[in-house]
Design a protein around this ligand. Structure first.
Ligand SMILES: NC(=O)c1ccc[n+]([C@@H]2O[C@H](COP(=O)([O-])OP(=O)(O)OC[C@H]3O[C@@H](n4cnc5c(N)ncnc54)[C@H](O)[C@@H]3O)[C@@H](O)[C@H]2O)c1
Length: 355
């Protein structure tokens, strides 16, 4: 993913990657050479002591975000961190408080926020184009446990850590569940108030272990959700979804319309069924003006020109819901999102009901 960051930050005028940091020296050297990065450090403390940078992008594995970000927060420099912010809500909250208390620009790379279709869908829902949300359906489908299109998970460390709880992974729920939960709740402008989640880690190897990796992290989950405002929704994700490399779909059905967004392999679309079309089930494609990607939004925020959204706080709120999913799955029952952080309303749509 650091390669993606390097490519997309390089496209921003005036933005230059001045150093790379990785504990794996060979990988670091190859990365810096590929992207023409002049300095490299195998120790984060050394990079911090050097200090000749304006902001940091943290693309370490999920379990490493916490320790590295807490150190970086002491520098007072803006931080762009990969999702999920941390493996647990408590760590995500600590990270949030560390940056907020110092007034540090902070943002999490929930990168689908940088899709034109997602921003337009949210705008339509907030304007009341579909009325009040009643029902949502959201899916995030991958198939890297079945196909070899992204490499071989049996031998590659970058996939093995994703399959192991002891290595800080919260499974498909933590990895992409956070994206689809953000996607659904951001577009609908509604936060979850109660959830019921089931998840599974299927057997994948002898003894369900490969080397140091116990393969116990969930690889499929299904969740039913009630949102504030009363809408019900189903959200699910899997790494076993043959035929889909990286696909998302969200449908929001309201009191007088519906919208549907899809994304697959960097292609995306949005369609709407509203007005007189609700009587004929006619869907119309919606034009979506370009929007800045998350990398551009972060740099704009560093330069003081834009809010850094989605923030660490938003990611911590999502993490709270993910933690509750584990609780729900273990107890086999639904749980309310009542003891969580104060959730900021995502949108304040004023919706006129039809007579
Ligand atoms: N936003 C998205 O769409 C998206 C997509 C893919 C991955 N990600 C996220 O990006 C992060 C990285 O994923 P990846 O697939 O690139 O993982 P990866 O395992 O391929 O790469 C992680 C790199 O971090 C290095 N590293 C480990 N510990 C370190 C430390 N203490 N200090 C410095 N470097 C350290 C590793 O050596 C490795 O090179 C994860 O949090 C993942 O969830 C986000």
């Amino acid at each position: 993913m650091a390669q993606k960051h390097a490519e997309l930050f390089a496209e921003i005028p005036g933005c230059q990657i001045v150093a790379g940091v990785d504990v794996a020296e060979e990988r670091l050297e190859a990365f810096c050479e590929t992207y023409g990065i002049g300095r490299s450090f195998t120790d984060l403390d050394e990079a911090i002591n050097w200090g000749a940078f304006d902001a940091v992008s943290n693309v370490t594995p999920d379990a490493v975000h916490y320790s590295t970000t807490m150190k970086l927060a002491e520098t007072g420099k803006p931080i762009f961190c990969e999702k999920p912010l941390a493996p647990s809500y408590s760590q995500a909250l600590e990270m949030t408080e560390a940056v907020e208390s110092r007034g540090i620009v902070n943002m999490v790379n929930l990168r689908y926020r940088g899709l034109a279709v997602m921003q337009k869908a949210r705008e339509l829902a907030a304007e009341g184009a579909i009325g009040e949300a009643r029902h949502l359906e959201a899916a995030y489908l991958q198939s890297w446990l079945v196909g070899t299109h992204w490499g071989d998970w049996r031998t590659e460390e970058r996939w093995l850590w994703r399959l192991s709880g002891a290595h800080g992974s919260r499974g498909v729920l933590g990895d992409v569940g956070i994206h689809i939960l953000d996607f659904a709740s951001f577009v609908a402008g509604r936060n979850p108030v109660s959830i019921h989640c089931r998840m599974k880690a299927f057997g994948k190897a002898e003894g369900n272990r490969i080397g140091a990796y116990a393969l116990d992290a969930n690889d499929s989950f299904v969740m039913s959700v009630e949102f504030d405002g009363g809408a019900l929704g189903v959200i699910h994700a899997s790494r076993w979804a043959t035929g889909y490399a990286n696909a998302q779909k969200l449908a929001v059905f309201g009191t007088h319309g519906a919208l549907e967004v899809w994304f697959e392999s960097e292609e995306s679309g949005l369609k709407l069924c509203a007005g007189e079309d609700i009587h004929t089930q006619t869907w119309r494609a919606v034009e979506c003006p370009p929007v800045p990607n998350t990398y551009q939004t972060f740099i704009d925020a560093v330069r003081g020109g834009a809010p850094a959204e989605p923030s660490f706080r938003r990611a911590a709120e999502l993490q709270h819901v993910l933690d509750l999913c584990f609780e729900s799955s273990e107890r086999g029952e639904g749980v309310g999102v009542v003891e969580g952080p104060p959730t900021a309303p995502i949108a304040t749509a004023s919706v006129e009901r039809p007579d």
